[in-house]
Design a protein around this ligand. Structure first.
Ligand code: PHE
Length: 382
């Protein structure tokens, strides 16, 4: 290579380096406001990430059409973590260090928020989880908050419904030992169930994604349970329910928010009928906020917004509201604004961020009948 060629190649490297630096530039009060989203856009929980991301994009589009935040447009970068813990941590690092996000939205799955949260905390960049319900998520620190209810509440909600409404007395629990969400929710249900005077027949575990569970199903079949609590994510839950029915297990299955996906219906089909799960909201609710959101989401995506979408939308709106109030978009100022949110009204209800950065919310119980969902009960926050 001659000298000129050598110089040219060095120049190209320099320009590329400057460009990378400019794109990853930190918040300086100009240009678009950057928000990072880490989500399972692929993998076994793909509908969680896709629904959440669609709702966030919708919230941003609407806000930008009204002039953005602090007179600046909002921009989001989404990194797919494929539902894996190691990738969740890397995604948050990249969103903060390379992209220059002023705030992070995510994750849905509690284990993934537990993996990504410590990085946001260390970097002093606020992270709002739309839908991670495990209590430990916000214990990470003062930069991590959420807009959904917690699993101690959710476990109680499901137990109360099964005990009082279904008049069940004997319950089995089958939980996913690989997910913080599932194992803790199983425990919370068990505690509430026993306090109410219910009996636990069987407590068994499986590992998400690996459904060789014939011995667990045998245990369940021999247990004479009225209900089987299955606090897993939708793809496993749907397959388990289908297999259980094929083996003649007749107990009613009850689940948590992790069932919330259209895929649940696609995988389990008829086997879903007569079962129930707790959720954060239903598109069938009549509140004006719900109707308005459902209409806009349908128009945009030709799809029904599930609970993930509603919570993703609320997390984004709460973040914009905090940005409006924050002294600046620097981490500590934005954190203070998020953490002092009071009486925020979103699609999923009216709530405040409490001293532990959690939200108190009501829950709905969804019944599946003839392949369709209906609201069986509403359980108020406590
Ligand atoms: N609550 C679940 C978790 O913490 C995630 C989830 C929320 C799934 C809402 C579906 C609907 O892991």
């Amino acid at each position: 290579m001659d000298l000129r060629g050598w110089l040219r190649s060095k120049m190209v490297l320099l320009v590329l380096g400057l460009l990378a630096f400019a794109c990853g530039k930190k918040e300086d009060g100009s240009g678009p406001i950057k928000i990072g989203h880490f989500a399972s856009m692929t993998g076994a929980q793909a509908t969680f990430g896709i629904s959440t991301d669609r709702a966030i994009q919708l919230a941003i589009k609407e806000r930008n059409a009204k002039g953005g935040v602090k007179g600046r447009m909002i921009e989001v970068k989404t990194i797919d973590d494929a539902g894996k813990q190691s990738e969740a941590a890397t995604a948050v690092t990249r969103l903060i260090n390379d992209y220059g996000a002023v705030a992070i939205l995510g994750e849905v799955a509690s284990s993934l928020s537990l993996a990504g949260g410590p990085i946001a905390q260390k970097s002093k960049i606020p992270m709002i989880s739309p839908s991670s319900t495990n209590p430990d998520v916000t214990s990470i620190g003062d930069y991590v908050s959420r807009v959904c209810f917690l699993d101690d509440f959710q476990g109680w909600v499901v137990a109360k419904f099964a005990f009082e409404n279904l008049k069940a007395k004997k319950a089995a629990i089958l939980y996913d030992q690989a997910q913080a969400y599932s194992s803790a929710l199983g425990k919370f249900f068990e505690q509430s169930w026993k306090e109410m005077g219910g009996e636990i027949t069987v407590k068994a575990a499986y590992t998400g994604g690996n459904l060789e569970i014939s011995s667990q199903l045998q245990q369940l079949a021999g247990s004479e349970s009225d209900v089987i609590f299955l606090p897993g994510y939708y793809s496993d839950a749907a397959t388990i329910i289908r297999k259980a029915r094929e083996q003649g297990i007749k107990a009613v299955f009850i689940g948590g928010d992790g069932w919330d996906s259209e895929e649940l219906h696609k995988i389990a089909g008829n086997a879903l009928d007569g079962n129930y799960f707790a959720n954060h909201y239903s598109p069938l609710e009549d509140r004006p906020e719900v109707k308005n959101f459902v209409e806009k989401y349908r128009a945009e995506y030709k799809a029904e917004p599930d609970g993930l979408a509603a919570l993703g939308y609320d997390a984004a709106l709460l973040l914009f509201d905090a940005m409006d109030r924050a002294k600046s978009l620097a981490g500590p100022d934005l954190r203070d604004a998020i953490n002092s949110t009071k009486n925020f009204t979103g699609v999923t209800g009216t709530f405040s961020i409490d001293a532990k950065r959690n939200a108190k919310k009501s829950a709905v119980i969804i019944e599946i009948k003839d392949g369709k969902q209906r609201i069986a009960a509403r359980v108020e926050k406590k």
